[in-house]
Design a protein. Structure first.
Length: 475
């Protein structure tokens, strides 16, 4: 059974009737020891678990639900157990169900803890990118988490039920303890990924990343050589990034090429995708939404118009559903979920979980399930963490909502008034009036960057074109 189908069907099983929903609320409540639900799932797949009385009762309920569920899914118990042996799948199911148990059924859903945390591991970087949201430089910040503090943060994330951890920066590979900390995260059974500029990735480095348990690498390439080197602020950076991509592909590390699209490189995108697919042989391409924050404010005039963005999203989606194209094309713009939804027979894209499993999970599903995922996941499915441990609702939204040195992640996630504000889409300006508000919701980072308002409009699409025109007049 496909793991993504398992997640979707398990959720539907628990939501099937009032009795199962009531049981879910009890099962998903945590004890001082941790998650009863996750302990029950471990026991179900045969992992040695010494259970308390409450955990034994939770295990009985979970076993009954899964056994009954496997019958309705048309699979054997053995197949169910085999899929659940994957700790990432297990933790993912526990996180989603616990979120439903705590918050109730929502449109869109909030998970019990961030499903994904993007960790800006250091402010140090060897490039000088024009759009850098971190304002990175040649030296690390003086208050960055120590190695031991970083490991403690990982322990905290594991206890909270976080599923995926992405190391970003700055450039994460310049930090001397990167491999030690990333390996520790992999050993704690996170889905570990890295966002890098690629310039430091020799074949040896690529192999080491794979060996320590990193499952996914995302390398930036903002066009062809002249464009990329100018945008990244260093001659030779394109050649080194391309070599880094080739090295990751060579060692069979799941490799994605990431591009922030502006007027600097818009015209190069079609040929760039062809180059990535046929020359570099990477499996994925992802277009990053340009956010005019930090250094990006200096090039705000290079942002795409709503029409340009929509045409580009249509182009990317045409590649995604083209059986002759070997490259999976994704985008972080939440409007991509709407683009995909409009294609009646195509897979729906979950923009914050850009992989084939996620879109296959949603293929042919009802509108209610696409609204469950909900486009922009900032402060709802994911959050960011700064090098000093500051927790932010998104790495592109510089609002501190807590610090991992001072508070537990679950406390921050459940009690932050800022998070409560960003989760209510009915109050959004512009986006809150849109028929796709639960599927998309607009990019909250763009709303904040342009209007200094988390509940403001995202001027990225035709629905909010009047706001874009107002902005254009003042440029």
């Amino acid at each position: 059974m496909h793991e993504a189908d398992l997640v979707a069907n398990t959720v539907k099983t628990w939501l099937g009737n009032p009795i199962s929903r009531s049981l879910l609320r009890w099962v998903s409540k945590r004890t001082k020891k941790g998650s009863k639900l996750e302990s029950a799932l471990k026991k179900y797949v045969g992992e040695a678990e010494k259970l308390s009385f409450q955990e034994k009762l939770a295990y009985f309920i979970v076993k009954l639900a899964l056994d009954k569920g496997s019958e309705s899914f048309g699979i054997s118990k053995e197949q169910m157990i085999e899929s659940l042996k994957n700790p990432v799948v297990r933790r993912g199911i526990a996180n989603i169900l616990e979120g439903i148990g705590y918050y109730g059924v929502q449109r869109p859903q909030t998970t019990a803890a961030p499903f994904l945390i993007v960790w800006n591991f250091t402010k140090q970087c060897n490039l000088r990118c024009r759009h850098c949201y971190e304002n990175a430089g040649p030296k690390p910040a003086s208050d960055e988490l120590t190695t031991e503090e970083a490991k403690h943060a990982i322990d905290e994330f594991a206890n909270a039920g976080v599923v995926a951890l992405s190391f970003s920066g700055g450039e994460p590979l310049v930090r001397k303890d990167f491999f030690e900390v990333a390996k520790y995260a992999a050993e704690k059974e996170f889905y570990v990924s890295v966002a890098s500029n690629g310039t430091l990735i020799t074949e040896k480095v690529a192999q080491k990343m794979k060996d320590i348990g990193i499952q996914y690498i995302e390398i930036s390439l903002d066009g062809f050589e002249k464009t990329h080197d100018e945008f990244r602020g260093m001659l030779g950076s394109w050649k080194r990034a391309v070599e880094g991509i080739r090295n990751c592909v060579k060692v069979e590390l799941d490799t994605c090429v990431a591009t922030t699209v502006t007027h600097y490189n818009l015209r190069e995108i079609p040929k760039l995708l062809e180059f990535i697919e046929k020359d570099l042989h990477a499996k994925r391409f992802i277009m990053f939404n340009f956010i005019p924050v930090s250094k990006g404010k200096e090039i705000v005039d290079q942002d795409l118009t709503p029409k340009e963005r929509e045409e580009l999203l249509d182009f990317l989606y045409s590649k995604l559903i083209d059986n002759n194209c070997k490259l999976d094309a994704f985008c972080t713009a939440p409007q991509y979920a709407v683009t995909s939804y409009k294609f009646a027979f195509g897979p729906v894209v979950a923009t914050h979980f850009t992989n084939k499993a996620a879109i296959e999970m949603l293929k042919g599903r009802t509108k209610s399930l696409t609204e469950f995922i909900g486009g922009c996941g900032a402060g709802r499915l994911y959050c960011g963490m700064e090098p000093n441990g500051d927790i932010e609702l998104c790495v592109f939204i510089p609002i501190k909502i807590g610090n991992i040195r001072e508070q537990s992640l679950v406390k921050i996630w459940r009690e932050s008034p800022v998070l409560k504000q960003i989760r209510n889409r009915d109050l959004f300006k512009g986006c809150g009036e849109c028929e796709y508000k639960y599927i998309c919701g607009g990019c909250r980072a763009r709303a904040y960057a342009y209007f200094d308002d988390l509940q403001g409009p995202d001027p990225s699409c035709s629905v909010n074109e009047k706001y874009w025109e107002k902005l254009h007049l003042y440029r």
